[in-house]
Design a protein around this ligand. Structure first.
Ligand code: AHM
Ligand code: MG
Length: 345
């Protein structure tokens, strides 16, 4: 036997170590603890991973199955047409957390009010906030999409079922991240100890650590925004866009799914913007399900996220489905946009 281990070459050892770093093990390693709170977070992340695998599996067969693509004919609380995958993914998270015992409430972009799991409430001290499918207009054209999640500790008893304790700033998030359904499925998360990438290995059915402590570059060449809304923006935003048009070194990318755009920004740097428009003065993106979780991640990676005047993580919402303008990405690029908003240049 001794002979076998001596002959194992180093690259095999490394590959094995890598394959063994699953998400739940990584959470425990990060917290240096096997205590109850660490076990809870580890179990919560494991459930989110399961939801991600179920959604990824359905996406991968979308064109082959009945009832996956297209709209349901309903309009959600945001006034947006609902896709069949929005409903499926929303229910996947509920179903996965019903069995966890840890989560008493789930609040999602697709539901007017939080979903309560009464049997979990005496012990379930956590709330999951999520956008089940982000960028759902990409569903029918087989382009990248995502899910966004955030975990908060429940404060108080919430006896009236109003979930008012969720109307607090984004610094209260215990964990946040996204699942990216691209050529491979990735899970990116932070529990306030850096940002880490996991990739789904389909042969194992497990998310495996692929990059630890990811840092966003301080500057990147890409600006990412829906320029079709140019006519609807405030003049300061238009001036910023005119500036990048006349300055060498900028290039544009916009996928229609923010999770993909944020992932690229995290890896390569740059800035993503969704400003207020005439039709939607606060922009399109929802603070609790989209902007705050992504701001938490990007700050953990050394970047910034702002409304243009206030850091996203300091915004206290007045209602669950509140929208917010968002400028997010590399420090220097966010500062440049901010300077246009605040000083006009
Ligand atoms: P969704 O969660 O309902 O799909 O909306 C959010 C998405 C973002 O992923 C994306 O950046 C944006 O909406 C695209 O909107 P638009 O088509 O207005 O540019
Ligand atoms: Mg979304």
């Amino acid at each position: 036997m001794a002979q076998v281990s001596e002959t194992l070459d180093l690259s095999t050892d490394k590959a094995l170590d890598r394959d063994c770093t699953t998400l739940s093990r990584h959470v425990l390693q990060q917290l240096h603890s096997f205590g109850p709170d660490a076990q809870d977070l580890s179990a919560l992340m494991n459930r989110i991973a399961l939801a991600g695998k179920l959604i990824a599996r359905r996406f991968s067969r979308a064109g082959l199955m009945e009832d996956v693509l297209g709209f349901t004919g309903e309009v959600n609380v945001q006034g947006e047409s609902v896709k069949k995958m929005d409903i499926y993914a929303n229910e996947v998270f509920i179903s996965v957390f019903k069995q966890s015992g840890l989560v008493c409430r789930l609040a999602s972009e697709e539901m007017e009010k939080p979903y309560y799991i009464p049997e979990n409430c005496p012990i379930g001290r956590y709330t999951l906030l999520y956008d089940p499918i982000d960028g759902s207009s990409n569903t029918d054209i087989n382009l990248s999409l995502g899910s966004i999640f955030s975990i908060r500790q429940q404060e108080g008893t919430d006896l009236d079922g109003e979930a008012k304790d969720l109307l607090t700033n984004g610094r209260k998030q215990l964990a946040a991240g996204y699942i990216l359904y691209g050529p491979s499925t990735m899970l990116v998360y932070s529990i306030g100890k850096g940002v880490h990438f996991f990739t789904l290995d389909p042969s194992l059915g497990e998310f495996i650590l692929t990059e630890e402590n990811v840092k966003i570059p301080d500057h990147g060449a890409v600006y990412s925004v829906n320029e079709g809304n140019f006519w609807q923006w405030d003049e300061q935003y238009r001036e910023y866009i005119r500036y990048v048009h006349r300055t060498e070194g900028y290039t544009a990318r916009y996928s229609g799914a923010m999770v993909s755009d944020i992932h690229r920004t995290l890896v390569q740097g740059g800035v993503f913007l969704y400003p207020g428009t005439l039709q939607k003065p606060e922009g399109k993106l929802r603070l609790l399900y989209e902007s705050a979780p992504l701001a938490f991640l990007i700050e953990q990676a050394g970047g910034r996220a702002t409304t243009g005047t206030v850091d996203i993580l300091d915004v206290v919402p007045k209602q669950l489905h509140q929208r917010t303008p968002l400028i997010i990405g590399s420090k220097q690029d966010v500062a440049k946009v901010e300077s246009f908003i605040q000083n006009g240049h």
